[in-house]
Design a protein around this ligand. Sequence first.
Ligand SMILES: *[C@@H]1O[C@H](CO)[C@@H](O)[C@H](O)[C@H]1NC(C)=O
Ligand SMILES: *[C@@H]1O[C@H](CO)[C@@H](O)[C@H](O)[C@H]1NC(C)=O
Ligand SMILES: CC(=O)N[C@H]1CO[C@H](CO)[C@@H](O)[C@@H]1O
Length: 340
Amino acid sequence: MVKGRPKAMSVMIIIATVATAMTDAAALAQQVPCYFVFGDTFFDNGNNNDLVTNAKSNYLPYGIDFPKGPTGRFTNGRTIPDFLAGLLGFKDLIPPFAGSSPTQALTGLNYASGASGILDNSGKNLGDNLSLNRQIGNHFRAITRAGVPKERLKKCLYTISTGSSDYVNDYLVSPPSLNGLLFTPDQFAQFLVRVYSFQLKVLYILGARKVALFGLPKLGCAPGLVTQGGGCDEKANSAVKLFNTKLRALVDDLNKTLAGAKFTYVDAFNTAGLGLRNESCCTVQPGQILCVANQPVCANRNQYAYFDAFHFTEVVYSVDAKSAFTGQTASPYSIAALAS
Ligand SMILES: *[C@@H]1O[C@H](CO)[C@@H](O)[C@H](O)[C@H]1NC(C)=O
Ligand SMILES: *[C@@H]1O[C@H](CO)[C@@H](O)[C@H](O)[C@H]1NC(C)=O
Ligand SMILES: CC(=O)N[C@H]1CO[C@H](CO)[C@@H](O)[C@@H]1O
């Protein structure tokens, strides 16, 4: 018995070690086989680099806090999809569709393109664009080319951030665009959500079942959109709020009508950048949105909500990603629940 005791103890130690190793493995294991990203400047990670467009960010100071430097992300460091990939246990970040190899469609691709919107023409004023329709076309080609099985596609995560460009590059521009003249804010939101709904059904037909839709932030509080007096543009905020309300309703509708699908809505309107400084961190020319190349940036980027006059800093994206993952800002499902 006396002799047996150390033996039992060492067995217990081994069990404990194995148990710890297993917990670590579980924590690190990739929770979904693949992750696909769609959307606009908030999610773009390099798809605009080779397009003929003014909506580019592959120059310093963009990427100043990113390990590889400027990549075409419209922020100082990582974006929401980058943080989500980490939280989901992916060892590598999801690569941009532009320049990807066919096999990368097996683990996921990012099709997002700066200035793109739900409507094909949104952002056209800035140059070439990969509208959401074109992104869905690229996804179809990528999964077909790689022969990704439908059963695998059903287990993947899909996140989409779109709609901002339809507002800032179309509906809200002055002098007014055709849509700005034709539609009331409520009608425009309705129109956008109707088109978006159709696009999401196409994505469902292509295999998407676990889908997180990011709502729009308070666009009217972005430094590039604030009023002369420095306050938020409340007309912009109330227009965006109508879109968010209808998008939230669409999520419930799709969840009910598309068999086997889980859609969730992520709120960024009430949360993004709370409590942080609200002026641009980088140098922006008056009336512009993007950073001037190689000009001074703020030293303490963790204290700023906005990196340029429109896009948020990495610290905001980190909080957004975590709260969407845990479910604090996502409903009816957390992204963790979608993934499981
Ligand atoms: C920016 O922050 C200041 C100080 O907290 C505040 O007075 C101002 O209203 C804010 N502006 C915007 C556009 O949010
Ligand atoms: C989603 O819709 C399904 C019916 O297709 C329903 O069983 C489920 O409870 C819904 N989930 C939520 C969170 O509303
Ligand atoms: C300027 C430009 O190339 N715009 C393109 C944006 O995308 C649509 C299709 O989604 C094209 O028709 C436009 O030519």
